[in-house]
Design a protein around this ligand. Structure first.
Ligand code: FAD
Length: 482
């Protein structure tokens, strides 16, 4: 279908194949993704987003939505079609008295921390500062503060969202509460969020945080201790266990670079002295190779993993939740970890619980609040060389964990098909999300995401004379309500 081009009133930048910036601009964080859109529309404001949505809808071609560009499978760029890019929308406004912050969709986690930590406040978010707040929030948001304060979606007070027909709507507990439920975990299925309003919490600015490292050969023994120890730690402490070859990064001495290690990475969101007490049993468990868990600015801890996940490397992920670290889970984990080949591959196992699990499961679309741990099995290489072998390794660990899987976090999925998306939400929420999708995006314009196809439009019930209604249907009360 011929479509009128975006007009001269478009305030942002339009980039097309052949333009000098095109090749740089079509890149996303995951270097293994190589797609060529027909148009990249860098929006300068909400009016541009509305125009771009109307243009993309009329074109009939695919539309991808990009904020931080960190989608694991690169769903924020497409072949042909339009990329609606929000990365220029970087406004942040903190209200320290009300303990709220408004942030536009292109903001990155580190930028939000920078502005909010100036007041000793923070929005719980993720663990790499160059991730976008938009995709992370809409999927849920797990990170170092979650056991104390909850997921990123649990801090959300309101969003501004442009729907598939180009209308700007607000969603909050009072306005469009159904949509507000859906955007708290249901991803980019319902429209383009242009602005988020979050609740803030006091954090640091100095926290006790960082990794404690042991040789990877200790993994199975350490994990058996760890699973008992975490049952008694307070919610202030969130940990993640990471297996990898020690990276060649500045915070590690050269003599450990490349050595297989297992680390318990900690963040204590409370008084430092209290945190030292809580960590005492872990430190006493066995002499670590290195103990880098020290008092430091929260923003410094947030950036800990930045050098390990730079833009442009080739990344592949498999993910799953488990209830507990059973002997079987531990043994399979230790066994597969010892076979990591790439010096860049690293997989965190996040500790959930605490405030995440205290929010009722059906309060938000996010699925899996009662999971014990989230595995984020990440295979990484510098480029295509060795990528396939590393990907097979990730699939191998994931398959070994398959009998113990209880679910999956939508933001940690690759393009794995409808069943896996359904698994992320469970059947009831999935149905509710499908209904919502039918209301807000019946044509599935926003489908380059962990897609929830719209529920089929109900066929209006034909009028049937009462005498013709069968006894079974009449008594079940279900006739005509599907
Ligand atoms: P984008 O690629 O820009 O967007 C991803 C998808 O989100 C898009 O395909 C689109 O469907 C949707 N979307 C983006 N912007 C909008 C918008 N404005 N409105 C509507 N829909 C939109 N997750 C965690 O929970 N915790 C972590 O600690 C964590 N760490 C990560 C570290 C790295 C290095 C990476 C790459 C990812 C990490 N993630 C983490 C996963 C992350 O939450 C998702 O990849 C998320 O989608 C990234 O958001 P983005 O805006 O950067 O991505």
């Amino acid at each position: 279908m011929a479509t009128a081009p975006l007009g001269p009133s478009f305030g942002g930048r339009l980039v097309r194949p052949g333009d000098p910036d095109y090749d740089e601009d079509r890149r996303v964080w995951n270097g293994s993704v190589d797609r060529s859109p027909a148009l990249i529309a860098h929006c300068a404001g909400v009016a541009d987003v509305i125009d771009a949505v109307r243009f993309a809808a009329a074109s009939g071609a695919p539309v991808a939505v990009r904020s931080g560009g960190h989608s694991f499978p690169g769903q924020s760029v497409c072949d042909g079609g339009t990329v609606i890019d929000l990365s220029a929308l970087r406004g942040i406004r903190v209200d320290p008295a009300a303990r709220t912050v408004r942030a536009q969709a292109g903001v990155l986690l580190g930028e939000l921390d920078r502005e909010t930590q100036a007041f000793g406040l923070a929005v719980p978010s993720g663990i790499v500062t160059h991730t976008g707040i938009a995709g992370l929030t809409l999927g849920g948001g797990i990170g170092w503060l979650m056991r104390k304060y909850g997921l990123t979606v649990d801090q959300l007070l309101a969003v501004d969202l442009v729907t598939a027909d180009g209308a700007l709507v607000k969603a909050s507990a009072d306005e469009n509460p159904d949509l507000f439920w859906g955007v708290r975990g249901g991803g980019g299925n319902f429209g383009i969020v242009t602005e988020f309003t979050y609740r803030l919490h006091p954090v640091g600015p100095v926290v006790l945080a960082g990794p404690i490292l042991w040789p990877m050969a200790e993994s199975a023994r350490l994990l058996r201790f760890y699973r008992e120890w975490i049952t008694s730690v307070p919610d202030e402490l969130t940990t993640a266990v990471v297996h990898r070859k020690a990276p060649a990064v500045g915070y590690l001495p050269p003599e450990v670079h490349g050595k297989p290690v297992v680390m318990v990475v900690c963040c204590y969101a409370g008084p430092v002295e209290e945190g030292q007490e809580v960590l005492r049993p872990l430190r006493a468990w066995g002499p670590p190779l290195l103990d880098l868990c020290t008092p430091k600015p929260f923003t410094e801890h947030q950036a800990l993993f930045d050098p390990s996940f730079p833009h442009g490397r080739w990344y592949y992920f498999k993910s799953c939740d488990v209830d507990r670290l059973s002997d079987e889970v531990i043994d399979r984990t230790a066994e597969h970890a010892s076979r990591i080949a790439s010096p860049l591959t690293a997989f965190p196992i996040f500790q959930l619980g605490g405030a995440v699990a205290r929010v009722p499961e059906d309060a938000t679309a996010f699925g899996g609040r009662h999971s014990g741990h989230t595995f984020n099995i990440n295979a990484t290489t510098e480029g295509p060389e060795g990528f396939e072998a590393e990907r097979d390794w990730a699939r191998g660990l994931w398959s070994a964990l398959a009998p113990h899987q209880t679910g999956v976090y939508a933001n940690f999925l690759m393009e794995e098909g409808e069943d896996r998306v359904r698994q992320a939400y469970g059947p009831q929420k999935y149905r509710r999300l499908q209904e919502l999708k039918r209301r807000y995006d019946p044509g599935n314009l926003f489908r380059l995401n962990q897609n929830i196809p719209p529920a089929p439009t109900p066929v209006p019930a034909r009028h049937t004379p009462p005498s013709a209604v069968s006894g079974a249907a009449a008594s079940s009360g279900r006739s005509g309500d599907r």
